[in-house]
Design a binder for this molecule. Structure first.
Ligand SMILES: Nc1nc2c(c(=O)[nH]1)N[C@H]1C(S)=C(S)[C@@H](COP(=O)(O)O)O[C@H]1N2
Ligand SMILES: [Mo]
Length: 321
């Protein structure tokens, strides 16, 4: 049997933080890690539910854009769909089953704020308008683990074309759904729900910024942020907001969920930098989840050629938290 060994894990449990409080790695390992996932009846059930037909299923797989190449293997789908951060459904990594309660239709996305004309658009109409492609991206969580994923979706820039923001808009602020009746985490009132994230217009229109509708050649799973989630792979994972219901264009810098909760540790930019530690642990290396391997982390998670120019002249800003 394939055994995943705990190797060089550097974050002591006593350093538990809002995000890390939940990093229930010990439980994951105690369950036998990835090898056990296929054996656990509970997780197998969650998987089957997640595999139910989706109205957009026939759109996938989509053609891969070969521009984006990986330096590591793609994370196994079973590992990825059973090891998630999605606080709406709980603060452990094992929220896959709870997330199946999320209803994906109707799913209306509001586009408003500093735009020519505010609009509401259903996810299926949006999907039909957007050019879908597949991209292989790395994902680096601020907790110092990483995965590699075959996302499907469309460039954020295409949504912005549809939204027609005014030239005065400087930021796009995104929100996750708010429904405590399905998301038990949202009954925990000490969190600043709904989950919010934001990008500058230059970031959102950068070619790397990707709105995800699928993964592993099919509609993206609920636990990974169906039906629409962001992937900004040069930033820490918390920037990649899941299950988005609103894009609000504004000239005010958005305050994100994690920044609102713990501003001393999480900021607006959150670009990956191995040389700048989190206040309580090193960011120098990362664990490749599912592979039992640690690797040095790369500046901008290896995407500096695409994005480093966005931060010129902003050296006084807190670019790395
Ligand atoms: N709405 C919402 N989006 C979210 C989160 C969350 O808790 N809620 N967690 C973030 C964090 S910390 C990470 S690392 C990624 C995890 O994505 P994954 O579960 O698909 O790996 O989602 C991000 N997006
Ligand atoms: Mo994360």
């Amino acid at each position: 049997m394939h055994v995943i060994r705990r190797r060089g894990w550097e974050i002591p449990e006593r350093l538990a933080t809002p995000e890390h409080l939940v990093f229930n790695r010990r439980a994951f390992m105690a369950a036998g890690g990835a090898a056990a996932l296929s054996l656990s009846p509970e997780l197998a059930l969650a998987q089957r539910i997640a595999d139910r037909p989706d109205p957009t299923k026939e759109l996938y797989p989509v053609k891969r854009n070969e521009t984006y190449v990986l330096d590591r293997p793609i994370t196994d789908e079973k590992v990825n769909t059973n090891y998630n951060n999605f606080y709406e459904f709980g603060s452990a990594k094992t929220i896959a089953k709870a997330a199946q309660g999320l209803k994906l239709r109707p799913w209306t996305i509001k586009i408003d704020g500093m735009v020519e004309k505010a609009q509401d658009i259903g996810i299926d109409d949006l999907l039909r308008k957007m050019p879908l492609e597949e991209r292989l991206y790395r994902h680096r969580c601020v907790e110092a683990w990483s995965m590699a994923i075959a996302w499907s979706g469309f460039p954020f820039a295409k949504l912005i074309e549809l939204a027609k923001p005014l030239s005065s808009a400087k930021y796009v602020r995104m929100e996750t759904f708010l429904d405590a009746s399905v998301a038990s985490g949202q009954r925990q009132s000490w969190y600043p729900w709904p989950y919010v994230e934001g990008l500058t217009m230059a970031e959102a229109t950068n070619e790397l910024a990707f709105l995800v509708t699928g993964a592993y050649g099919k509609p993206v799973s609920k636990q990974m942020g169906a039906p629409l989630r962001l992937a900004v792979p040069w930033k820490y994972g918390f920037k990649s907001i899941k299950s988005i219901v609103r894009f609000h264009f504004t000239d005010q810098r958005p305050k994100s969920f994690w920044e609102a909760l713990q501003g001393s540790e999480y900021g607006f930019w959150a670009n990956v930098n191995p040389q700048v530690p989190h206040p309580r642990w090193s960011q120098a290396t990362e664990e490749l989840i599912g592979f039992g391997e640690r690797r040095p982390t790369l500046l901008f998670n290896g995407y500096g050629d695409h994005v480093a120019h966005l931060y010129k002249g902003l050296e006084q800003e807190r670019l790395w938290a």
